[in-house]
Design a protein around this ligand. Structure first.
Ligand code: TMP
Length: 228
């Protein structure tokens, strides 16, 4: 793989989707190569159908926890094979809204499904492809859910009880401890402009590290004539 794979994670209303878009605009003005934005669930045609199934509020039969886990895994398997791997192989920077950590946090900690099972499934779905960097935007569930509610109608997961979202956040905290080399926590309570600056600072450090590791050609960075 020659590109860079950067994932944004966090609970509902943490601000990751806004930051992902801002980061994309910022990177596009600075690098020669292509910068792509994608998400889970829903990064492929099949994924978009699965996203509807997963997030719509259902009147009748509820989705079981294991079925939910497998649907997220199916979305991811298709996404990695059809979209993420080919993009990375062509040298792109792939910015992804959620990835395997979401399954550990939501299905593992939120639904309390077996962690070993989740790790195995994540491995099957990704073929072992891990992000180069994961930016975890951390906010308290009270703040995040309030922001999400102001955005409009709550989806199936946003409707879960506060305790569920507290466990999800604990899941992210545990993951950040387990993978300190990959996951960077950012205080998501800060203003969007402050978070954006922090993201840019981390990416500048991390992407230039990768550049010096010769995984990306030096010509890949545009000469913008400034320090950013
Ligand atoms: P969002 O990407 O718009 O935030 O919505 C996706 C929802 O799906 C969100 O509530 C988190 C949830 N989710 C899981 O429960 N497990 C997963 O593996 C992924 C990718 C998302």
């Amino acid at each position: 793989m020659t590109g860079s794979f950067v994932v944004f994670e966090g609970i509902e209303g943490c601000g990751k989707t806004t930051q992902l878009q801002r980061t994309c605009d910022w990177l596009r003005s600075r690098v020669r190569g292509s910068v792509v934005v994608t998400r889970e669930p829903g990064g492929t045609e099949l994924g978009r159908q699965l996203r509807t199934v997963l997030l719509e509020v259902r009147e009748g039969e509820p989705i079981g926890d294991r079925a939910e886990l497998l649907l997220y895994a199916a979305d991811r398997a298709q996404h990695v094979e059809r979209s993420i791997k080919p993009q990375l192989a062509s040298g792109a920077i792939v910015l992804c809204d959620r990835y395997t950590d979401s399954t550990v946090a939501y299905q593992g900690y939120g639904r309390q499904l077996n962690r070993e099972l989740i790790d195995r499934l994540n491995h099957i779905a990704t073929g072992g492809l891990e992000p180069d960097l994961t930016l975890w935007l951390d906010v308290e569930p009270e703040i995040g859910l309030d922001r999400a509610r102001k955005r409009g109608e709550a989806n199936r997961l946003e409707r879960e009880a506060l305790d569920f979202h507290r466990r999800v956040r604990q899941g992210y905290a545990a993951l950040a401890q387990q993978y300190p080399h990959r996951i960077v926590r950012i205080d998501g309570r800060r203003s969007p402009d402050e978070v954006e600056k922090k993201v840019q600072q981390i990416l500048t450090e991390r992407l230039s590290l990768k550049l010096s590791g010769l995984e990306l050609p030096p010509t890949w960075m545009r000469d913008t004539g400034d320090n950013g």
